[in-house]
Design a protein. Structure first.
Length: 107
């Protein structure tokens, strides 16, 4: 949670960029994951660190996948269910096939 001092440190007037302080501003992203850029003393934008950006993108992707899963669950409510064994049989796969399969690395 932000306290008043850390919030104050994260507020960056936009004119700081034109006064040759951009390097210092970007260095502060090592301490703070985001900075709030002020224009006319009002928030105009946010700069986030690369790590924070990656974290936010992962959260967005997780949220999209969760929404899709919830839609599928809702759509299939009341539909007959198939057991794991029935699915494997329909696909022509045995448990032994799965146990003997090589690990797959995704990503």
């Amino acid at each position: 949670m932000l306290n008043a001092m850390s919030l104050k440190d994260r507020l960056i007037p936009i004119n700081e960029f034109s006064h040759g302080k951009a390097g210092k501003i970007f260095d502060s992203l090592k301490k703070y994951t985001s900075l709030i850029i002020l224009r006319n003393n009002r928030p105009a934008g946010v700069i986030v660190s690369a790590d924070e950006y990656d974290r936010l993108m992962e959260l967005e992707e997780d949220n999209i996948l969760l929404s899709e899963a919830l839609e599928r669950i809702q759509k299939n409510l009341g539909q007959p269910r198939r057991s794991h064994e029935d699915v494997l049989s329909a696909l022509g796969v045995t448990r032994e096939d799965i146990d003997n399969a090589e690990d797959v690395i995704i990503g």
